[in-house]
Design a protein around this ligand. Structure first.
Ligand code: NAP
Length: 274
């Protein structure tokens, strides 16, 4: 039996176990997906321990996504983003490498959430609101897919600093956000606004329009005020569970080399969210 899992602190009530175990069950894979909560100062030791124990794959969440970079051979996307959320131990288990391989599947989650909804990113004008971990992944993903990216953030300096790392991107504060959204094809909310206060939204509703595709990274609640107002404006509204789903789908495919049973994983994830 292969063991997969999630390391974070706290990991709390994670949605990943049911999502991945639905995939194992659907494809008849003999595996379990479990959660681990190592000490916050010991992420590298956790990766070494998992290697020694023969763990097959790990997802990584807050606060370890940056620190784990130093304990793995990171692929170029994870290296550029500066964070790892998926570790594949297969190269070590096969005796082909000394260290596991690290990936950032949050970026793939963003791209695949849009492509699943038939939203073309190549040549699109994209606005990412937020410059934290999710904002970084979204900005790199959209630029990599050929979009022109503007990052807007409450703390403008963080957006400017992130944009400097992303090819062709610009960054700034929230003052001209409405105008930018008015001209955009794609919008990602990568702030936590809408999570604690379901009546809060990071974006002025009157600037949303029918030619826009909106991905809200927030997935609790599943339907945020931003998504309700986006749908009312005729925009394509994509909830955060799609991003979460496709980061998991991408991780599953990296680990197993098999095409993920997306529908089964989506059903398990949404059942858990509800
Ligand atoms: P983070 O690194 O802590 O960044 C938080 C971001 O939100 C920062 O840009 C921050 O701006 C902004 N922000 C917070 N409160 C704000 C407010 N009241 N007004 C305006 N901006 C505000 O967090 P993260 O890891 O990027 O996560 C952000 C959200 O994405 C969370 O809701 C998380 O659950 C979600 N997420 C979803 C997925 C998924 O798969 N769907 C994956 C990762 C994250 P400042 O820089 O000014 O503080």
């Amino acid at each position: 039996m292969d063991v997969y899992g999630l390391i974070g602190n706290p990991v709390g009530h994670s949605l990943s176990p049911p999502m991945h175990e639905a995939a194992y069950e659907t494809l008849g894979i003999d595996a379990r997906y479990v959660t681990f909560e190592p000490d916050t100062d010991a992420p590298a030791a956790a990766i070494d321990g998992a290697t020694a124990l023969g763990v097959a794959g790990l997802n990584v969440t807050i606060p370890f996504k940056q620190a784990v970079l130093d304990a793995v051979d990171a692929d170029p996307v994870a290296e550029r983003i500066g964070a790892v959320n998926t570790v594949d131990f297969a190269p070590v288990r096969a005796g082909e490498a000394d260290r596991p391989r690290g990936y950032n599947t949050d970026a793939a989650g963003v791209k695949r959430a849009f492509s699943h909804h038939d939203v073309a990113l190549g040549g699109a004008e994209a606005v990412v609101v937020g410059a934290g971990g999710a904002g970084r992944a979204a900005a790199f993903a959209l630029a990599d897919a050929g979009a022109a990216v503007h990052v807007a953030n409450r703390t403008a300096e963080r957006a400017v600093s992130l944009a400097a790392d992303v090819p062709g991107a610009t960054g700034g504060g929230l003052d001209d956000l409405g105008e930018r959204i008015g001209e955009a094809d794609v919008l990602v909310n990568a702030t936590s606004v809408g999570m604690e206060d379901p009546d809060a939204t990071p974006v002025p509703a009157e600037r949303l329009h029918g030619d826009l595709a909106v991905l809200d990274a927030v997935y609790t609640p599943i339907e945020t005020r931003l998504l309700r107002e986006a749908a009312d404006a005729g925009a394509t509204a994509i909830d955060g569970a799609w991003m979460l789903l496709f980061q998991g789908v991408e991780a599953f495919e990296i680990w197993t080399g098999r095409k993920a049973p997306v529908e089964a994983m989506n059903a398990a994830l949404r059942a858990e969210l509800e």
